[in-house]
Design a protein around this ligand. Structure first.
Ligand SMILES: Cc1cc2nc3c(=O)[nH]c(=O)nc-3n(C[C@H](O)[C@H](O)[C@H](O)COP(=O)(O)OP(=O)(O)OC[C@H]3O[C@@H](n4cnc5c(N)ncnc54)[C@H](O)[C@@H]3O)c2cc1C
Length: 353
């Protein structure tokens, strides 16, 4: 091998590319990560919420136990490696938006697998935080958030230190896939994995995959004397940070999908915050950010090999729950590349072929 050869080239140092690089390096592979300085990174914007009962019906997906276990394991491993805390366990208040949602909660209580995630319900007059919750809500367990900006920074430092990082804006036309190797930016490898987030839409090697991107805006707020003790999750969510600020989000847009912050997004979020907590007329917006969730039509990831170019792979489509699911799927893809174990069928891109 030439000195700049490696086993796997990864395009994108978001949470997906970073996790895959970590797992492959742990298995003894030589990895090379190409990234453009997080120019369009959704990981750098995300709140990093871990919520095992997402959605309006609080459905527990069958894979949730495995996802939670892998996430716990990986974030703990990273804490030991870097001496920093990335995952913050925090209880979550789920606010009902309707009577119908109260019934979904009652139904979930009858399911033994969901029960471990569901705490007690409360009505509008007994919400544990001083907020408006007209339909009440319930306490949810096994929740928290991952400090993704801190984690992305530490992992970038690790890649740089081991000379695994190439800072470069990759043009897809630079990629030259052969039968057994692929070359790009002066590096040759056995394979190249695109972990390019929402930019997959404009990536001619995989642009036929059904990505369903969604723009989101998010605010950091100073809320004066009120420092909540819970993550709050209703029509919007709120995460109390260690520095006394809260993160509040998020908007959901399916058109005009770009990374630009907007006045309309800021107004929507500030109004929503005031509806949640009318007793706090003065909140200070510290920061506004926008990003694109790399969602998919069936809400499962897009993982697999290019049908015509076996050296090219996709690891993408983590939607709005990358912090929970990426650690598990990164291990599955690393195992598949190393040992040929099967990819999880629900995430394999061959489901669309
Ligand atoms: C407002 C908002 C809130 C969110 N909140 C949460 C949440 O609470 N919990 C949660 O789990 N998820 C949340 N998400 C979703 C989360 O961000 C994603 O699931 C996850 O971060 C996706 O990671 P990724 O690595 O696939 O993509 P990205 O983080 O987008 O990483 C892709 C990387 O590749 C780089 N790149 C792309 N193309 C190229 C190229 N050609 N050359 C070089 N570099 C390239 C990009 O610049 C970027 O650094 C949220 C997203 C948004 C927008």
């Amino acid at each position: 091998m030439a000195s700049n050869d490696c086993d796997t080239i990864i395009v994108g140092q978001g949470l997906a590319g970073s996790a895959l690089a970590w797992k492959l390096a742990a298995a003894g592979q030589r990895v090379c990560v190409i990234d453009d300085g997080h120019a369009t990174s959704s990981s750098a914007v995300a709140a990093g919420l871990i919520n095992p009962l997402a959605g309006l019906r609080f459905t527990r997906r069958p894979e949730v136990g495995a996802w939670l276990g892998a996430a716990d394991h990986w974030y703990t491993e990273l804490t030991h490696s870097f001496g920093r805390t990335f995952f913050h366990a925090l209880p979550m208040l789920r606010l009902f938006r309707s009577v119908e949602q109260q019934r979904f909660h009652e139904r979930r209580l009858k399911d033994p697998a969901s029960r471990e995630l569901l705490g007690s319900a409360f009505d509008a007059d007994h919400c544990p935080e001083p907020i408006t919750a007209p339909f009440g809500g319930f306490n949810q367990h096994r929740t928290g958030y991952v400090d993704l900006p801190l984690l992305m920074g530490e992992l970038r430092g690790w890649l740089r230190q081991h000379q695994h990082l190439v800072e470069h804006v990759l043009e897809p036309t630079e990629v030259e896939p052969g039968k057994n190797t692929v070359s790009v930016a002066g590096v040759r490898a056995q394979r190249l994995v695109f972990c390019d987030g929402a930019r997959l839409r404009a990536n001619p090697w995989f642009d036929d995959l059904p990505l369903a991107p969604e723009k989101g805006e998010i605010l950091n707020l100073k809320t004066g004397d009120w420092q909540p003790h819970h993550i709050i999750n209703g029509a919007y969510w709120l995460v109390p940070l260690e520095n006394g600020e809260v993160r509040f989000g998020a908007t959901h847009r399916h058109s005009q999908i770009d990374n630009r912050i907007t006045e309309a997004g800021r107004t929507e979020l500030v109004d929503a915050f005031h509806s949640l907590h009318p007793g706090l007329p003065h909140v200070h917006v510290v920061r506004q950010q926008a990003g694109i969730r790399p969602g998919t039509v069936d809400r499962y990831p897009l993982i697999g090999q290019h049908p015509a170019h076996p050296c090219l792979w996709a690891f993408n489509g983590f939607g709005a729950r990358g912090a929970l699911v990426i650690p598990w799927y990164a291990q599955r893809l690393a195992d598949h590349l190393q040992h040929g174990t099967a990819l999880p069928a629900e995430a394999d891109i061959r489901r669309f072929s």
